[in-house]
Ligand binder design. Structure first.
Ligand code: SF4
Length: 435
């Protein structure tokens, strides 16, 4: 059982794609994958380090792996990769967890198999430059009909509260050809939903930008749909918005993290967009793209956020009635400008404000979901149950949003599209019948 690997992937879909590439590289280099830790002799954890909660989850998983390692006298190894090993000093990590055999930075992903076979020694190159492309083997760990398509890595935006540019490095984009080749392979392999991801997909800087890429992806042969996650409000172009509206395979769904609406806070966040520009962009999107579903995120409790600024944000959410919305309570990230701002707000206040917004959003989601009753949609079936099936239509991204329960007079198939009409809805789920 040498070289049998149990993999844990933590964090966001971007990290999941890295895990999938590592799994692909291991399989093509003679390693085997284990479904249970007990079957493995190597425990690989691909970590997230975005927020304190994510780091705590990573540490918990490391402790779990250490318990696993100690159950046997020898021959078991622990490898920790990803954002945690990039963010925290390796000296500190090895000192805290001497039982871990290797902590690997982001740039080691492409050389993982050689490193584990002892053929290459990992070295930390500072700012990461790794960017997987279509030539790297990749084992999809999502449902077989859904695939995340990472078009870039790193970020140049340097928002004042965010540690990601320091962890993932500067923006680097894949060529259009590389993305198209992978998209064709994924669709030929059975993917029905391609989800474009990056730290900021609207920063895509290859010729023609994101608009040109969407048009090319839309021309890829096959019955599939395209969903977009992680856009930045300062980087929308008219051409991209037109492409969204024109391309039939691109779902009318946009994830556009706004983070706040107060001009003072947006400036302190280094978001390079004003209140007026944000409102104008949302108006343009709603009028140009029919039936648009908007997902956003906000951060509460930024240093100095006054009651009045929080109320301004609440009013904005009531006014815009986003279909989907997440809220983070701010906590200072070491080595970010916002961590050194005066007037830090106690975390409990930030959390209370976040909970208040989430409660407000719950009532908005109920209304928004109910507005779909009687409307038609195309649902991709994810799972079958005795009493029916569940899937997702336009409103819901995989692993992020909600589900649609579908009843049908005949058996449905996972990974197939069906036209439905929505019949019922609550805050979190919708119900529909086959047309
Ligand atoms: S856009 Fe801002 S919040 Fe998003 S990853 Fe880049 S720096 Fe972080």
């Amino acid at each position: 059982m040498r070289n049998t690997v149990f993999i844990v992937s933590l964090g966001c879909p971007k990290n999941l794609v890295d895990t999938e590439v590592m799994a692909g590289l291991l399989l093509t280099n003679g390693f085997m994958l284990a479904e249970e830790p007990a079957q493995a002799d190597l425990y690989l954890i691909n970590t997230c380090a975005f927020l304190p909660e994510a780091r705590e989850e990573a540490y918990e998983n490391i402790r779990e792996a250490i318990r696993w390692k100690k159950k046997r006298k020898s021959g078991r190894r622990i490898v920790v990769t990803g954002c945690l090993s990039q963010k925290i000093s390796l000296d500190e990590l090895y000192k805290s967890y001497p039982e871990v055999d290797i902590f690997l930075p982001v740039d080691a992903i492409g050389k993982l198999a050689e490193i584990l076979q002892g053929a290459t020694v990992p070295h930390c190159s500072g700012s990461p430059t790794f960017l997987a492309d279509e030539t790297m083997p990749r084992l999809l760990l999502t449902m077989p009909h859904v695939a995340f398509l990472k078009i870039a890595d790193g970020c140049n935006n340097c928002c004042a509260y965010c540690s990601i540019p320091g962890i993932r490095g500067h923006l680097r984009c894949r060529t259009q050809e590389s993305i198209l080749k992978e998209a064709r392979d994924l669709v030929d392999g059975g993917a029905k939903e391609l989800v474009l991801i990056a730290q900021d997909i609207t920063a895509y800087d290859q010729p023609g930008g994101l608009g040109a890429l969407l048009r090319k992806l839309n021309d890829v042969h096959g019955d599939f749909r395209i969903r977009l996650l992680y856009t930045h409000p300062a980087h929308y172009t008219d051409d991209f918005i037109t492409a969204m509206a024109e391309c039939k395979k691109v779902i009318s769904y946009l994830d556009i993290p706004l983070q706040h609406i107060s001009d003072r806070i947006l400036k302190a966040q280094f978001r390079r967009v004003t209140t007026a520009e944000t409102r104008a962009l949302l108006k343009k999107l709603r009028t140009t793209i029919p039936d648009l579903v908007l997902r956003t995120t906000f951060i509460t409790g930024l240093p100095g956020e006054t009651e009045a600024e929080f109320e301004e944000l609440k009013d904005f959410i009531r006014e815009q009635r986003f279909e989907r919305c997440g809220v983070f309570a701010y906590s200072p990230e070491p080595d970010t400008p916002a961590a050194n701002y005066p007037d830090q707000i106690p975390y409990e206040i930030a959390r209370t404000r976040a909970d208040e917004l989430l409660e407000l959003q719950q009532s908005i989601m109920l209304e928004r979901n109910r507005e779909w009753i009687g409307k038609k949609d195309r649902v991709l079936i994810d799972q079958l149950f005795e009493e029916g099936a569940c899937g997702r239509g336009s409103l819901d991204a995989p692993e992020i949003d909600n589900q649609v329960w579908v009843t049908a007079p005949y058996p449905l198939e996972v990974g197939q599209f069906y036209d439905i009409i929505y019949t019922e809805a609550d805050e979190f789920e919708l119900h529909g019948e086959i047309q």
